[in-house]
Write a protein that binds this ligand. Structure first.
Ligand SMILES: C[S@@+](CC[C@H](N)C(=O)[O-])C[C@H]1O[C@@H](n2cnc3c(N)ncnc32)[C@H](O)[C@@H]1O
Length: 301
């Protein structure tokens, strides 16, 4: 069995290649998988971040290998995930146009049942420097179920509560709140498939930066919507483990895998602070938003 890099309170991290490590887990093991695979968009060009020009190189893990090899990679890890997912289990995959069409096609080839594609709109997306394209301001999340007929988890009521709570945090200065949330999510109406959530706030990166870190709010919504307390969640490209933090917060068990030790070390720092802040208190119910969680998972009391 693969060696655990970290294991505390149902939060487990493995160092290694998911394609190899996943073979060591039993079939039908996980209730939900959130996967944020390499987008293969690192190409030597430049983008704008906080008003500065920065290279579009996230890391060697994000360098593409051409259309065919990239697709084979996505199909391989998606098939490996399907084996370890329970029949009623679901998978979320995030991506931009660089990768998401390939992942969507691979899901269909692997015979998943696609449930939704969600557009995550980033109200504070960086501007486009060249002024020759539209500013990229969203990512796509595909949500799919393993088995054609099984009944998947969808916690409709918890999402209404999440929405009510998130509204309360929108006024915080650091979130650079604008009115896009209110425009896209009409109060009291069903949650739609376009979600306005700002990119991670400074406070979420205070232990160090992961170049493609997801905002805590995005993962909180996904975990609440598609899992139950005690469920086992896998993130095969865990990075700074935003998925694991949301899982722990709501009393779910978590397994994260990454090839980079430095990202697992960052995950541990984030997790330990969250665990400390939660103290001996039980995991949160969806309707509770303690102050230290507003606008991020690591804020202190
Ligand atoms: C897009 S990032 C995930 C970021 C994460 N969602 C977060 O919030 O921090 C993808 C991660 O996958 C890791 N990775 C790339 N190839 C991998 C592989 N074959 N097995 C495991 N991890 C891999 C990279 O090191 C990187 O941290």
């Amino acid at each position: 069995m693969a060696k655990l890099y970290y294991n505390k309170d149902n939060f487990k991290l493995y160092l290694g290649d998911s394609l190899e490590l996943l073979q060591q887990f039993p079939e039908n093991h996980f209730d939900m998988i959130f996967a944020d695979p390499p987008y293969f968009l690192s190409n030597g060009s430049f983008t704008c971040q906080n008003g500065k020009m920065v290279s579009v190189k996230k890391g060697d893990w994000d360098l593409g290998n051409g259309l065919k090899k990239n697709f084979e990679f996505h199909l391989d890890w998606i098939r490996a995930c399907k084996r370890v997912l329970k029949p009623h289990g679901t998978i979320w995959i995030s991506g931009t146009y660089h990768s998401v069409y390939q992942c969507g096609f691979a899901l269909q080839v692997a015979k998943f049942r696609i449930l939704n594609d969600v557009a995550w709109f980033k109200p504070n997306a960086s501007p486009n420097l060249s002024c020759r394209f539209f500013t990229a301001s969203h990512e796509t999340l595909i949500w799919a179920r393993k088995d054609e007929k099984a009944k998947h988890t969808f916690n409709y009521k918890d999402i209404v509560d999440w929405d009510n709570n998130y509204r309360k945090t929108l006024k915080c200065v650091e979130c650079k709140a604008d009115n896009s949330y209110e425009l896209l999510h009409e109060k009291g109406k069903q949650m739609r498939s376009v979600w306005a959530i700002t990119t991670p706030q400074k406070i979420e990166k205070r232990f160090g930066k992961h170049p493609t870190q997801k905002p805590a709010e995005l993962l909180k919504r996904i975990v609440l919507a598609s899992t139950n307390k005690g469920d086992l969640i896998l993130d095969p490209f865990t990075g700074s483990s935003t998925t694991g933090l949301a899982a722990h917060l709501y009393g779910r068990r978590f397994v994260g895998i990454d090839t980079e030790k430095k990202y697992l070390d960052l995950s541990i720092k984030r997790f330990e602070e969250l665990a400390k802040n939660m103290g001996n208190k039980p995991s949160r119910e969806s309707h509770e938003v303690p102050q230290f969680l507003q606008g991020g998972l690591e804020m202190q009391n």
